[in-house]
Design a protein around this ligand. Structure first.
Ligand SMILES: Nc1ncnc2c1ncn2[C@@H]1O[C@H](COP(=O)(O)OP(=O)(O)OP(=O)(O)O)[C@@H](O)[C@H]1O
Ligand SMILES: [Mg+2]
Length: 361
């Protein structure tokens, strides 16, 4: 083998940098783990679990906490973990639950959602087991699907003596209609952003698991922590760790140096923004594009003026969009003085060409 030499690697276990890798220990999330465990504990004795909403910005550990607790519960109750971006209709969600509970695929031809649901409830009743439905990235369901699935699942106990608990994870509030809102009152567990020291310890833990001792220089590691903290995105940190390792191997170095980090950062940040950007609709993308096409910091009033010339949008809607872009950490908003009054300034968090490239992906 000329190009792929397996004996010279810096990685002890590269899979720890995979997006769906679940570490044994989740640092700084004790409160959230304990709270979710307490809410789902009733499932262990076939009582109804407490519905729970995991809420917080991207990459704050919602999926990791959800999967950790589901793994524990799955010895005692049925669990269905569903990534909503991959199952966008109520029918698809129900079909996934059916697969988990009935242990086979639903028949292909024209079986209604109600029949799928009847079979699921029958099985739960026969087995005297509770079911936890975990809807990850819940904001990716369209409104009708979100309402339909919750309503159908929550009505279960009226018809059948079954115990179903729902856990949703989302970065965005999902507005439910009155009918569903009246019966779904989840307990909310909040996931705050990690601060720089927390980021440092989590990345340090991953370096220990993933790299051979001494393979990561302090300078490279410090730079990764700094870039991750600036982007407020732990997932970006995981990406930088792995890619800097690959970059160092590519130049046949025995250590990851700061230059490896810089090269990866320049090339890769855009891939990274793609996830946040995929959650934006066309008005929100347009707003982001305008913000990043203006040089320097800009007041929100100026952005609104430019935007209004292109799309018809109320100021209230614009205000909501700015808040959303801030929540997704694509921008920062700071108050400042302009003339006599105070105004909101928009601060860019990434290089403009990186964001523009990500918008094109
Ligand atoms: N407390 C933690 N300890 C160790 N690793 C963590 C922790 N929190 C998050 N991670 C890691 O950070 C990455 C993002 O975490 P996770 O997917 O759980 O976030 P999330 O809140 O579900 O994000 P999103 O809203 O984008 O779905 C994953 O690689 C995960 O392993
Ligand atoms: Mg997630």
């Amino acid at each position: 083998m000329k190009y792929l030499r397996w004996d010279e690697t810096l990685f002890k276990d590269e899979s720890v940098f995979d997006p769906d890798y679940l570490p044994d220990a989740l640092l700084h999330r004790e409160r959230q783990l304990t709270a979710l465990a307490a809410n789902l504990r009733p499932a262990l004795r076939n009582s109804t679990p407490i519905h729970t909403l995991l809420f917080g910005p991207p990459a704050t550990g919602k999926t990791s906490v959800m999967r950790t607790i589901l793994n524990e519960v799955s010895d005692y109750a049925y669990t269905a973990y569903i990534r909503c971006p991959l199952a966008r209709s109520a029918y698809k969600v129900m079909a996934r639950i059916f697969e988990r509970v009935c242990k086979h695929q639903p028949p292909q031809t024209g079986i209604s959602i109600t029949r799928l649901y009847d079979s699921i409830c029958q099985k739960l009743a026969d087995d005297r087991k509770a079911l936890i439905v975990a809807l990850d990235d819940f904001n990716f369901l369209d409104d009708d699907a979100a309402n339909d699935i919750l309503y159908t699942l929550l009505k279960a106990h009226e018809e059948y003596a079954v115990k179903i608990g729902i856990v949703t994870a989302t970065t965005e509030r999902v507005m439910l209609d009155m009918k569903t809102g009246a019966i779904f009152h989840p307990d909310e567990i909040y996931f705050p952003l990690y601060d720089e020291e927390e980021i440092r310890s989590i990345l340090r833990q991953r370096v220990k698991l993933g790299f051979y001792e001494g393979a990561m220089t302090d300078e490279a590691f410090d730079r990764i922590v700094e870039l991750t903290a600036k982007a407020c995105d732990l997932r970006f940190g995981m990406y930088l760790l792995r890619m800097a390792g690959i970059e160092a191997e590519r130049r046949a170095s025995r250590k990851v140096e700061i230059g490896d980090v810089e090269r990866v950062y320049e090339g890769g940040a855009k891939v990274f923004l793609a996830k946040s950007i995929s959650a934006l609709n066309s008005d929100e993308r347009e707003t982001l594009k305008i913000i990043y096409s203006i040089k320097g910091d800009v007041s929100s009033g100026d952005v609104y003026k430019i935007l209004k010339a292109e799309v018809n949008m109320s100021y209230t809607r614009f205000y909501e969009i700015i808040n959303k872009l801030e929540r997704l950490r694509l921008i920062d908003v700071a108050m400042g003085r302009k003339g006599k009054g105070r105004t909101r300034y928009i601060i860019k968090k990434y290089d403009a060409d990186v964001v523009m490239a990500a918008l094109e992906l």
